[in-house]
Design a protein around this ligand. Sequence first.
Ligand SMILES: [Zn+2]
Ligand SMILES: [Zn+2]
Length: 277
Amino acid sequence: MNKLSTIHLHTNYSDGVNKAYEYIEEAIRLRLKSIGISDHSPVPFNSTWAMKKEDLSKYIAELDYLKRTYKKHISVYAGMELDYIQGYNIKKYIDFDNLNLDYFIGSVHYIYSEITDSYGTADNSQEEVEKLISNGFNNNGVLFYKKYYQTVQEMIKEYDPIMIAHIDVLEKRNRNYELFNPDTEEYKNQIENTLNCINKSCVEVNTGAMAKNIDVMYPSKYILKQCFKKKIPVSVNSDCHFISGLQYGYDKAKDTLLDIGYTHIFEYDGKFIKKEL
Ligand SMILES: [Zn+2]
Ligand SMILES: [Zn+2]
């Protein structure tokens, strides 16, 4: 398990600290067989973490160069964390089909509020998420998570990605159930409906928040148990933003999955390959 790679990481093209080659060299040092770079897709409005649209061709060219440069030591894959945003066609905006990426992972960060006619993000500071719920959703956590999962369901249907990133990222700021109660039938119905949309995608087990000292692993154990029942494959990824996080929290992920009953996970090396836990 220690030798497990990641296809979800961020370089300084989006909101990561390190450069792509630094992750690759760290992965070689750790003797990983493969690694995938997946910076945040550009979005059609101001964002503090998305890649700039004008950097896109440089990003693709650099990853192509790095693939060739490190070929003898490791398989490098060019990817992207593709945002799904209601009301925008991101694929069209970035001419996605002509980028020729090796893969992309699908995710939802931006949530549209009809009340404010604007977007907020579920993956933000405590203060910002609380502000989003109070201004954008009448201070009603149920309306907030319903909108979030509705957006995730649309993303899954529209993108059918190889992997769904941090499927319940809205749990990040809900550690003491301050925003909503995930133990209700209403919340569980949202999970059920969301998982039922999955076609072939892996669900990501994401250790990224843990590397940033937020003690939460996505998905929740409840969701992972539902995935297990539905035979949905899972893949462990670090969503790292700095090289020391490359394999952060993998042991905890492994223990959690074994505890639930998973015996195998999937690791990407050109395609998802089944690997014993
Ligand atoms: Zn993300
Ligand atoms: Zn990410």
